[in-house]
Write a protein that binds this ligand. Sequence first.
Ligand SMILES: *Cc1c(COP(=O)(O)O)cnc(C)c1O
Length: 455
Amino acid sequence: MRYVSTRDNSKEYSFEDVFIKGLADDGGLYVPTSLKKFSPDELSELKNLNYNDLSTEIINQFSSDFISKDELSSLIKKSYSTFREKDVVKISNVGDLKLLELFHGPTLAFKDFALQLLGNLYEVQIAREGKALCVLGATSGDTGAAAISGLLGEKGVTVFILYPKGKVSPLQEMQMTCTGAENVFPIAIEGTFDDAQRTIKELFADLEFRASVDLSAVNSINLARILAQSVYYLYAWLKLPSEERESTTFVVPTGNFGNVFAGWLLTKMGINISEFRVATNQNDVLHRLFKSGEYSLGEVKPSLAPSMDIQVASNFERLLYYFLNGDALRVSDVMKKFREDGKYSFDHFDISGFSSVSASDKEIPSLIQSVMQEYDYLVDPHTACAFKDLDPKKKAIILATAHPAKFPAVYQHAGMEIPISSSLEALKSREPFFYEVPFDASSVRSFILEKISGK
Ligand SMILES: *Cc1c(COP(=O)(O)O)cnc(C)c1O
């Protein structure tokens, strides 16, 4: 399989370029040049596979020029061996609705699906090339924790994660700082997530530095992450009775549009999914886009569902590429205009296949309580957004993106019993370690160089 950038499809790339670099040099995102269409017969064969084997079949479509199917299969087994569910995901019935529980991985959020696998792909690459990698990311919580868990103790990889001090949940912080791993450097900055993100982008734009330390990006623009996530949509869809498949909606708590795009990609592969319902918190850039056709920046407002506190939904650029029929020049124009004006209005924005909803911070605790009353099921604050204005008579699969125990304060304030997870409790007895570095690019660059040369 070959890949192109959403902003220039005259140059082709390999799977290795895609997962190592994450972001194309022209600032665009990688997309595959073609997609296999599964026939109904092939789909009935896939229906019989367990989660790991289904992952192997799907990801192999994209990665076969980098890794053999057998090798991929054992990487996938290894990646998901740390999950607490026997078949990796669990589907729970609540009333007539289905909840696809994606929080049984080591850091209790769906990001583990992609980052456990990405860590193992890096390991293969390092063993082949004998060259060390330096992984750099900014996080508002879950990505940092999942990336650190996926790369913990891995030879040849040094991990630097910037996070805003005091602005991630205390348990998310412990997941990053209480690992005891020597190859991990959590960096607490005296700034916001946006400051961290801007510093990272500056470092990636320094092509000389980027090449000298073999810098790799782990945020959700990395296509390898998206592909690993497509699998659980297909797994859940194949488990539906065939007469319900076409009428079932996937409801997805959304921030950067990575997770919902992973599901939508299946519709290009012969999988008939009629609707994706995008559920945001009060940071509603996508909800406004789907309502009005205008994509416009707003201020990030910290919310009770912090992992969705995002105002630029990076992966929307991939959807745009497909909506514009692969016209990379137009994508490039739209993104340029968006950068300049902070907004872009579409004349003919065809949103068929999508609906959206936005839940405020006032609504999140009452959504949690009403789901509890109605179904005796405790959702986390991100998943709670998916229940806003949901028609209980419609067939729906709701993606449960995190375990409630990661966000105890929400339940405490609502006067509810505080959920507990033994893996998080174990962190509390460990000594945290983190570094404090001024968040300007040159200080972070010096810090990285110093730590790498000391190895
Ligand atoms: C990252 C995250 C989201 C948002 O996913 P996107 O791919 O950014 O849309 C939702 N819920 C939780 C718990 C997350 O960690």
